[in-house]
Design a protein around this ligand. Sequence first.
Ligand SMILES: Nc1ncnc2c1ncn2[C@@H]1O[C@H](COP(=O)(O)OP(=O)(O)OP(=O)(O)O)[C@@H](O)[C@H]1O
Length: 280
Amino acid sequence: MLLEIRDVHVHYGKIAALKGITVEVEEGEIVTLIGANGAGKTTTLKTISGLRPLSSGRILFNGQDISRMPGHKRVLAGIGQAPEGRGIFPGMTVTENLHMGAYARKGDVSKDLAEVFELFPRLAERKNQAGGTMSGGEQQMLAIGRALMSRPKVLLLDEPSMGLAPMLIQQIFTIIEEINRRGTTVLVVEQNAQQALQLAHRAYVLETGRVLKSAPASELLDDPEVRAAYLGGGAGAAGGSGGSGDSGDSGGKAAAVASAPGEAAVVDEPVQKTAPDDRD
Ligand SMILES: Nc1ncnc2c1ncn2[C@@H]1O[C@H](COP(=O)(O)OP(=O)(O)OP(=O)(O)O)[C@@H](O)[C@H]1O
């Protein structure tokens, strides 16, 4: 087992955000955590990467207990994270941002840089552009690319589809599949349950700090309870895709994106929000 989260409890002051979560990730898998707002998905990722301390429980990585290991050492051990809200450095260029991803690692990074540019040609085209002037989709690519620069064994992704137009979501998910095909294990948190379940091998459904269910992703796509609560109640995603009943149709994918009808025309514009989630 590459990553094991065992009966983990996490608190924000008196608020119990995780109430005994157990999640396992095998090497080579794509695992997704789905669930409503406030279920504890982001907290789970932050606890794995060392941004939140555990109240109790254990986190094992490659069999080693990392529960109390500082975050930067976890990066060196092979845990890479692309955080919610991207968290890129707005004033730095794309290349500089990518170099920051390798800061904790010694040695030549040119091969890694070339690999990221190959995965994300858009970043290569914009390598001298300031991160803050990039579109939402490009910033998401940059955040993933930066996490890859640390050569993670497991890549933690927090809401990679957030705020992106359907076509871009599709692109990002295809790249995540490719990253996994090249050997990186992926743990991805998503509100976009339909797409996450189509991407992942296995999934955990979180509800108010607990694991409600875990199963192969394809099983959860057909699970009536999951469909009712997280997939818009019927076939395909919420939002009225036309309801063809085929969960793999592109209409369903498009409808899985939470956007007002008028927003469909917005492709991918520069975004201002670049700071990491700083509610802590
Ligand atoms: N900085 C914080 N201070 C206090 N409570 C917090 C903080 N961050 C999260 N929480 C609480 O912890 C619980 C889990 O939140 P978390 O962000 O992990 O959920 P989530 O499933 O990722 O939801 P979202 O999609 O909204 O990010 C919620 O009850 C939330 O209100």
